[in-house]
Design a protein around this ligand. Structure first.
Ligand code: PEP
Length: 269
């Protein structure tokens, strides 16, 4: 991690905790995170729980005298309104209390046919409404085994780079190798750093300021015991956590591991 970029840890709850249990988990996480300073924390519950979680985070933060945990949606439609049955727009997410939105998660790309162009449109719509996008990119196992990991990841990034450069808001890119999501396998810290470094270099070629401030998260079976090693890499600025974010104790342990890295003496490179 680099001290110039505030580390960010986001929990993607996927299709878990849609109602009362979401409120309980958000309240418990606020209590546990209250004394972990210096790490930005984002929770991404299902749509049905967004408003309740955002309200719980705000109310609990007041009680705990702390900053509210931020809330993200897991997806968004690019249009503001219209005949799009089943879809949710950026203004609706804002009304529900979201400040962040995940776009292009590999499950959306693989299971719901989202293309690079659709992901770019969603990121653009989010930025237009001052919602911060967390743009997910990552290669499949077959692509990695074919030696195409970097090419695939940089291709997905290129499809959205114009939007990120023009958007001017805070953006986050999440590198999530598809083969590491929910499998218990993680990229080695060195392999992850290689991709993160290449992502930052590609952004810098377009906009050095954007590259310097964009946080690049690693996602894919992040757990308390691998967080420090992964986030210890210079271009890994946080984590997008799936399974381990559903358990308050393990999410807290990940936050603490991220926080501890901030206390390390700065390296001279
Ligand atoms: C994810 O869904 O974004 C993710 C990284 O999941 P997991 O941590 O369970 O691999």
């Amino acid at each position: 991690m680099n001290a110039a970029r505030i580390p960010l840890v986001a929990g993607n709850w996927k299709m878990h905790h849609g109602g009362a249990s979401a409120i309980e988990l958000a309240a418990e996480l606020t209590r546990r995170a209250a004394r972990i300073d210096g790490v930005e924390i984002v929770l991404a519950p299902p749509f049905t729980a967004l408003a309740a979680v955002a309200m719980t985070c705000a109310e609990m933060a007041e009680m705990e005298h702390t900053t509210p945990l931020r809330v993200a949606a897991q997806n968004v439609h690019a249009e503001d309104k219209g005949a799009f049955t089943g879809e949710i727009s950026p203004p609706m997410l804002l009304e529900a209390g979201c400040t962040w939105v995940i776009v292009g998660h590999s499950e959306r790309r693989q299971l719901f046919g989202e293309t690079d162009a659709m992901v770019a449109q969603k990121a653009k719509a989010a930025l237009a409404h001052r919602l911060h996008p967390i743009v997910c990119i990552g290669e499949t196992l077959a692509e990695r085994e074919a030696g195409r990991a970097l090419e695939v990841v940089l291709g997905q990034l290129a499809a959205v780079t114009d939007v990120l450069v023009a958007g001017k808001g805070a953006v986050v890119v999440a590198y999530e190798p598809v083969w590491a999501i929910g499998t218990g396998k993680t990229a080695t810290p060195a392999d992850a750093q290689e991709i993160h470094g290449a992502i930052r270099k590609a952004l810098a070629e377009r906009d050095p300021v954007l590259a310097g401030k964009t946080r690049i998260l690693y996602g894919g079976s992040v757990k308390p015991d691998n967080t420090a090693e992964l986030l210890g890499q210079p271009d890994i600025d946080g984590a997008l956590v799936g399974g381990a974010s559903l358990d308050a104790a393990s999410f807290e342990a990940i936050l603490r591991a991220a926080r501890q890295l901030l206390d390390r003496p700065a390296r001279t490179e």
